[in-house]
Ligand binder design. Structure first.
Ligand code: FES
Length: 573
């Protein structure tokens, strides 16, 4: 429905005074004709392109196609760069900078003459960071996911990006892969532009955006190099102009119902555990009530329909050919709020009404799912008073109820120094406890929760052990890994008090994680505990350490929760 509200950008370009002259005149340097400043919706194309973020390296091309669509619909496209986050490159971890990138996005949108926003996303954190920032401004916004790489190939086999990384230690040391073998895999697993093509965090985030209603239908699974990715980008450019005219803001789409839908769909696709932390942070920006417990209550009973690596067989390209996310949405109708609206103004169920599954081996049905009860489980107990998470579908069934002796590593350096020591007192029944990898402690909560097993146990044929930490896990990884322990060890959570030899009980069915040490003993240990020296004394990292919230709240900065809208209180004088 058309809205006659004055365009926000008219406050810059529509004035006849000195500042109107200034705002227009400097844009004239780029060669725009008069009519571009006369009541055309200005569409900011928020681009996370960077050559330092290989997964987003094609987004300048995509931006040009979005511009075509914006111009066709009568808009004025203006592309702007924001902080990009390359998962495989940045040290110590991109998660340290997700909130920083979101600040960049938020302030860039608000400070400029923008009426509507297109978010160009790809690599893991580039999706949540841009959505978080955009939510705090709350303009009409559409997401164009950059798309996954083509399927990886190695000696006739399909291989998934990311997932192979976790096998390299085993391949080199147990299966005797040579340097030439590894080199061949390196190229074979990165065949085209795009983000990781397993159901890792990037694919999870693209599906999250689509299931929240923030993309045009079917956008998430289109491979980056498929011509239809450009068609989707062009149509998104057209649509954002209409969204401005309809004043279809983020807050009208991102209701509690949309968040619940995203949780259901994430379980049905076997999405990454990182989904939890990012969705909590996005909800926090809009003030939509969402808790860690909601992920278990809404998602844990959902059946798994998608047969993708790391837990399944196929990759994102196969998912697209099988029909993509609209098929999952259609199959999951009875679990969803079907009237939730999306960026095209239609409901999530209208958008998926004609979806057809072309391969039931890739996308199963709720009547014959790949697995029942596939969603995340939220654990509680004295070891994680505010919660911890585990992805049962990625775990070993025989370890889901387990009591084991703790083998403790005080930090990641301690782990690397000792894990392969032949004298380390550890067997496959032990529980590996890694401290100091939470939001404050690392800092930035890296994806190290799925630490490699000791070499001597890998050589014995051990494939999985229970691992517990306050860190995260890559969506491309698997194992019986308890993550996001809150409160984290570095701020004095009970995790900090675990010692070698303590017994720990994990019971996923009972949602329990218990450190079997008497309260008096824990009290005595706490009295002796000293907080570690902070990892930074200045700059953004110090600001992050001082303000980051715990994992169960989404690890956003406390000062960034909520939004400030799109109003700018003072003009440029
Ligand atoms: Fe960018 Fe996996 S490294 S998506």
């Amino acid at each position: 429905m058309r809205n006659n509200k004055k365009l926000r950008s008219a406050d810059w370009f529509g004035k006849s005074d000195k500042m109107g002259f200034v705002h227009r005149s400097w844009f004239r340097t780029q060669g725009y004709p008069d009519d571009y400043f006369q009541n055309k919706p200005v569409i900011g194309i928020c681009n996370t392109w960077s050559e330092l973020t290989p997964c987003n390296g094609h987004l300048r091309d995509i931006a040009e196609v979005v511009k075509r669509g914006v111009i066709e619909a009568g808009g004025f496209p203006l592309e702007f760069p924001v902080t990009s986050l390359g998962e495989t490159v940045m040290r110590p971890t991109t998660m340290l900078f997700r909130n920083l990138a979101s600040m960049d996005v938020e302030e860039s949108i608000r400070a400029n003459p923008i009426d509507g926003v297109v978010l160009l996303t790809g690599c893991d954190k580039t999706t949540p960071s841009t959505i978080m920032g955009a939510c705090s401004v709350d303009l009409p916004t559409i997401v164009v996911p950059g798309g996954p790489m083509l399927n990886g190939r190695f000696r006739g086999e399909c291989i998934g990006s990311g997932s192979f990384n976790w096998l390299i230690k085993e391949k080199q040391n147990v299966e005797n892969y040579t340097a030439a073998d590894i080199n061949e895999v390196e190229i074979g697993v990165a065949r085209s532009q795009g983000h990781c093509m397993t159901m890792g965090t990037a694919s999870t985030m693209a599906c999250m955006a689509e299931s929240l209603g923030l993309t045009l239908p079917g956008a998430a699974a289109i491979p980056a190099v498929d011509a239809r990715k450009k068609v989707m980008a062009q149509l998104s450019g057209r649509r954002i102009v209409e969204m401005v005219r309809e004043d279809l803001k983020l807050s009208r789409i991102l209701t509690r119902a949309a968040f619940e839908n995203a949780i259901v769909i994430n379980s049905a696709i076997g999405g990454s555990s990182n989904f939890i932390i990012h969705l909590l942070a996005i909800a926090g920006r809009l003030g939509v009530p969402l808790t860690l417990e909601d992920f278990d209550a809404i998602g844990s009973k959902v059946p798994l329909l998608l047969n993708l690596k790391p837990s399944g067989k196929y990759l994102m390209e196969d998912f697209y050919y099988a029909g993509g996310l609209p098929v999952i949405i259609k199959e999951m109708q009875s679990w969803l709020h079907n009237k939730a609206i999306t960026v095209n103004g239609k409901s999530i169920s209208d958008n998926s009404a004609v979806a057809t599954c072309y391969n039931n081996d890739v996308i199963a049905t709720p009547a014959a799912p790949l697995q029942q009860n596939a969603g995340m489980a939220v654990l509680k107990g004295n070891l994680c008073e505010n919660g911890a998470v585990i992805k049962p579908s990625a775990a070993s069934p025989h370890l889901l109820k387990h009591r084991g002796r703790a083998v403790v590593f005080e930090n990641i350096e301690d782990y690397h120094a000792r894990i392969d020591d032949p004298d380390l007192d550890i067997d496959e029944h032990c529980i590996i406890v890694l401290k100091g990898v939470g939001p404050v402690g690392y800092p930035g909560m890296p994806e190290v929760g799925n630490v490699d097993l000791p070499l001597k146990l890998l050589q014995k044929g051990v494939k999985d052990m229970v691992r517990i930490s306050d860190g995260r896990m890559s969506g491309t990884a698997g194992g019986t890994v308890v993550l996001h322990v809150s409160p984290e060890s570095s701020i004095g959570g009970v995790l900090a008090l675990v010692q070698n030899g303590d017994m720990i009980e994990l019971d996923v069915a009972a949602r329990k994680l218990h450190l079997d040490v008497p309260v008096e003993e824990l009290t005595a240990r706490k009295a002796q505990w000293q907080s570690p020296t902070p990892m930074a004394t200045r700059g953004y990292v110090k600001f992050y350490i001082d303000h980051v919230q715990q994992a169960h709240l989404g690890a956003d900065l406390d000062v960034l929760r909520g939004g400030s809208g799109s109003e700018v209180v003072r003009d440029l004088h």
